[in-house]
Ligand binder design. Structure first.
Ligand SMILES: Nc1ncnc2c1ncn2[C@@H]1O[C@H](COP(=O)(O)OP(=O)(O)OP(=O)(O)O)[C@@H](O)[C@H]1O
Ligand SMILES: [Mg+2]
Length: 235
């Protein structure tokens, strides 16, 4: 059930962004991607969400190679939450049921209410208009919406960058809860380095398109690589 990247190279036109990336993300863990701006973190997530294709190398999930699978089928298993909450005008409920409506799937309001309660989000939110929620609340609704589609893996690209520290912490706690309660594999890019490392099982450090480190958070915290040490000290 792991996601594997094998010798993955990716370029935007003639600018090579990911260079010979080899990583295995084990299931049901929280994997945090760190590294300086421009290192290739978002590009890696976009490849994992089948929004773009590598120039060479393979990505596979449960032994199915991406290049031989329809992107839609990949996205059913591997969902993504973006930096800015992507919701439309209407109520929270309208937003949460949208994909079920489009796919003509049965809508189970009790299931949605139960999920909100389990995640400590008041169920009376369902009738609130999206525009009346704070950005942090909107981001939590985006996360619930992704979770309702029941993917195995959820990719997060800086889900807290628009939030103040207190709200960021709440969103990261929700991500941790989703991992433990629903056994979802999480791959998270975050600039909240300390809080992200707190909830991480593994850390991948991308620098200029290279994987400088991939391993447990304990090993990462003890790494004496100069670039990583400078990054940890905010230099
Ligand atoms: N659509 C694009 N077209 C061309 N170049 C791009 C595009 N998107 C990103 N890049 C370039 O690819 C490189 C990697 O970008 P990417 O967004 O993956 O980095 P990142 O690690 O997510 O950075 P940040 O921490 O700032 O979000 C950068 O040099 C960036 O300028
Ligand atoms: Mg990015």
């Amino acid at each position: 059930m792991s996601i594997k990247l094998k010798s993955v190279n990716f370029s935007y036109e003639n600018h090579q962004v990911l260079k010979n990336v080899n990583i295995e993300f084990l299931p049901q863990k929280i994997h945090v991607l760190l590294g300086p701006s421009g290192g290739g973190k978002s590009s890696l997530l976009r490849l994992l969400n089948a929004l773009m294709d590598p120039n060479s190398g393979d990505i596979s999930y449960i032994n199915t190679v991406y290049s031989q699978t329809h992107p839609k089928d990949i996205r059913k298993k591997i969902g993504m939450v973006f930096q800015k909450p992507a919701l439309f005008d209407g109520t929270v409920y309208d937003n949460l049921i949208w994909s079920m409506k489009v796919q003509k799937l049965p809508i189970d309001k009790t299931k949605i209410e139960n999920m909100l309660s389990q995640l400590d989000i008041p169920t009376d939110y369902l009738d609130k208009e999206i525009e009346n929620l704070s950005v942090g609340e909107q981001q939590r609704i985006c996360i619930v919406r992704t979770l309702l589609a029941n993917p195995d893996v959820i990719l997060f690209d800086e889900p807290t960058s628009a939030l103040d520290p207190q709200r960021s912490k709440k969103v990261l706690e929700l991500i941790k809860q989703i991992n433990t309660q629903y056994q979802k594999t999480i791959i998270l890019v975050s600039h909240d380095i300390d809080t992200a490392i707190d909830i991480a099982d593994t850390v991948t450090f991308l620098h200029d398109g290279h994987v400088l480190f991939h391993g447990t958070k304990e090993h990462f915290l003890n790494s004496d690589n100069e670039i990583i040490t400078n990054f940890k000290h905010g230099k």
